[in-house]
Structures are given as structure tokens and as C-alpha cells.
Design a protein around this ligand. Sequence first.
Ligand code: 4NP
Length: 152
Amino acid sequence: MAVPRILMVCLGNICRSPMAEGILKHRAEQLGIDIVVDSAGTSDHHQGQQPDPRAMAEMRSNGIDISYQRSRPFLTADFDRFDHILVMDTSNRSNVLSMARSETDRQKVSLILDHGNAVKGHSVPDPYFDDGFGRVYELLDYACGAFLEKLH
Ligand code: 4NP
């Protein structure tokens, strides 16, 4: 079977989606599950930048290095390159869905917290202005675990 390809998407691709990419890769490696994971932002404002130092520090304290990542914008071509597009919040979802060309594209998109959550529709809070990186890690770690269980 083809290796599943997953794209994490947030606004700037310097806080939440880089953390989600790092966590999902790490968990998959630990379980010996072969997947491809990348991340992108709906804005190109931080293109080429390393993840936010606070995101890197939170991840490092959990044993995961994301310093190699660089921000890049979400592209229409990502609908062709990925099987699952996991967005962090409802605004990311609107932005990504506005670029979808077909029902096939639309069906690839889901809120990351809808995986493993009985209550649907919740967003990962943006930690850029309030420093809530520890809470973001917890939410993403749980959601990534639930996503991998369903994938397998
Ligand atoms: P992210 O966080 O979408 O999780 O990467 C943000 C990064 C930058 C900004 C907002 C959110 N910004 O306004 O520059």
C-alpha cells in the first residue's frame, strides 16, 4: 500500500503546524509506522523562517527537534501531493477550503482536534500572542495519537 502523506496547516507555519509535524513524525517513528509528514501556512508572511523559538523550546523539552523546518505557504498543488490535510483552526480550514478545486480536495481537509475528540469543531489556540505552547503541545500530542490509531 502507498505510504500515507499528511500535511499540517496553520496560519504562519512557525508555531502550531511545525509542532504538529514534529509530533506526528516522532510518534510514527516510535511505532514503526511509515508515513510522510510536512507542514505549511495559509500565509506566506514567515516564508523561509525557522519555527518560533518558543515552539522549538517546547518541542525540545519533549525530546523532539524541529529546528530543521522552514516555513512555506500552502499551495493548491498540496491537494495533489497529500492524502490528509489537517488544519489547526476554523480560519485555516476556510482558507484551505477556498482553494479546493473539487469534492476530492475538500474531503482531504479536517480539523486536527476532530481526530479523537467526541466534540467536533474545536480549534488549536494560536500560541503566538499568548505563549500557550505547553497547552498546544498537549492538544496536538493527543490528536496525533488518535489520528495514527485511525490511520493504522
Ligand atoms: P502559527 O502562529 O499560525 O501557529 O504559525 C502564528 C504565527 C505568526 C502569526 C500569527 C500566528 N503572525 O501574526 O505573524
